[in-house]
Design a protein around this ligand. Structure first.
Ligand code: SAH
Ligand code: SF4
Ligand code: F3S
Length: 440
């Protein structure tokens, strides 16, 4: 018998890529691949890439350059590029980096086994179609392998919003929701394999409208179906668009016990002029009122956000409006980025902001967001929270998990197992985590 081939996948970008990488590993598991611990020991290397900002895309080429030596030592090594850079720059990748054997776009992962076989014959293969068939249905599952207690589950993919700065509608295609029964089957399967928490994924997850037995389900209706799955203890979802935050979803935050008090709701900017030019179709005011309604349903909810600074034609006054909005919302966590020009998007054609000015704004925004994050984290001290343990900590006897609010929590002298959900009292707050004690 020949030794099993080894696969190394490196994942960049968003959680959807993390989920996709797992699916690709499963699909290639059917071809006899097992996981390699590093690129050095792999027979096949796959980069699952992100195209959202220029830096993310360029990383792929520098990473590929590093594989040159490896491929010279091991001529049979196959190198593939998957994900959003593959979709956006497929043929260019092959041209720029001849050591690439295989390029596969996000909607073609179910064709990967076939493509791998072709690549083994020495052929260069590229597939960046948007096929009709449901890739998730066709991706093979590894039977009942045990796994960690927190999992991602993609329920919706693609985006029809066309924000003026964003590549996602081009790299992931039009918005598509998976049928509810398939999601429920996958969720039950995950629970059987040890999963206690599922994060439902979609580029616009709250626009979910997958087919159910009596017509389409909203995201809230899907969450209520998942709520009935025995053994599933926690439900989260990401990422939401403010315009799709429906009443039933807001209400579910107040009434569904399994739905965790955390909401990632990107606003991007606080100036209505900029929001309009971003094609966001919400205003600062409508966003603030929405946050009010969500907090009325679930007062302790932790709000998370995304921001872009230095969007074309952003003035100091516009930027000040972003700071004002942040002051009003009080974010528990946030991701903030300097605007990155993406070829082919409408904003790329607009007058750009001076990069030094944009850097300065980013620093000011991040200082404010870090302060808020710190204050909210510190305010957890003394409170009782649920913690799902995910792995042992660095110290003997210590366990590490996530709170209901998604804070990292360490518990010392902890007799609980991975996958246990416990009540914990928070005793102190450190830079990036909380320390807690079990409540007996
Ligand atoms: N679907 C999600 C997020 C998509 S990308 C949503 O609608 O919010 C994640 C984040 O990357 C975005 O929220 C945005 O803040 C940031 N982003 C997207 N395009 C960008 C660009 N061209 N430059 C800088 N940041 C960008
Ligand atoms: Fe990109 Fe906007 Fe769609 Fe989010 S909603 S994925 S930012 S186009
Ligand atoms: Fe990046 Fe594609 Fe996700 S561009 S953020 S990997 S959808």
């Amino acid at each position: 018998m020949t030794a099993p081939k080894k696969l190394f996948i490196k994942t960049y970008g968003c959680q959807m890529n993390v989920y996709d990488s797992e699916r690709m590993a499963e699909a290639l598991g059917g071809q006899g691949y097992t996981e390699a611990k590093s690129a050095d020991e792999a027979d096949m290397i796959l980069l699952n890439t992100c195209h959202i900002r220029e830096k993310a895309a360029e990383k792929v080429y520098s990473e590929l350059g590093r594989f040159k030596k490896l491929k010279a030592q091991k001529p049979d090594l196959k190198i593939g590029v998957a994900g959003c850079v593959a979709q956006a720059e497929g043929e260019e990748i092959m041209r720029r980096q001849p050591l690439v054997d295989l390029v596969v776009g996000p909607q073609s992962y179910h064709r990967l086994p076939e493509m791998e076989e072709k690549a083994q014959t020495g052929e260069k293969v590229l597939d960046t179609d948007f096929p009709e068939e449901d890739k998730f249905e066709q991706l093979k599952r590894r039977p009942k392998a045990k796994r960690g207690p927190a999992a991602f589950l993609t329920v919706q993919e693609g985006c029809d919003k066309f924000c003026a700065f964003c590549v996602v509608p081009y790299t992931r295609g039009a918005e598509v929701s998976r049928p509810a029964d398939r999601i429920l089957t996958e969720a039950r399967d995950l629970v059987e394999r040890g999963v206690r928490e599922i994060t439902l994924l979609g580029q616009n997850v709250n626009a979910y409208h997958g087919a159910g037995p009596n017509g389409d389900l909203t995201l809230a209706q899907l969450i209520w179906e998942l709520d009935k799955v025995d053994g599933l203890e926690r439900i989260r979802f990401t990422t939401s668009h403010p315009n799709d935050m429906m009443d039933d979803l807001i209400e579910a935050h107040g009434t569904c016990k399994k739905l965790m008090p955390y909401l990632h709701l990107p606003v991007q900017a606080g100036s209505d002029k900029i929001l309009k030019r971003m094609n966001r179709s919400h205003t600062a005011e409508s966003y603030l009122r929405l946050i009010e309604r969500i907090r009325a349903a679930r007062p302790d909810i932790l709000i998370s956000g995304d921001f872009i600074v230095g969007f074309p034609e952003e003035t100091d006054e516009d930027f000040q409006a972003t700071l004002d909005l942040v002051e009003e919302v009080k974010y528990g966590t946030a991701y903030s980025f300097k605007y990155s020009t993406r070829p082919g998007t409408p904003a790329a054609e607009r007058p750009q902001v001076d990069p030094v000015e944009a850097d300065d704004r980013l620093q000011r925004l991040q200082a404010l967001l870090t302060r808020q994050q710190r204050e909210i984290q510190d305010s957890m001290v003394g409170r009782e929270v649920g913690v799902l343990f995910e792995k042992p900590g660095r110290l003997e006897g210590q366990m590490l998990g996530k709170s209901d609010y998604l804070h990292a929590v360490h518990v010392a002298d902890c007799d609980r197992q991975i996958g246990d959900l416990a009540r914990v009292r928070i005793v102190s707050s450190r830079t990036n985590s909380l320390a807690g004690e079990l409540i007996e």
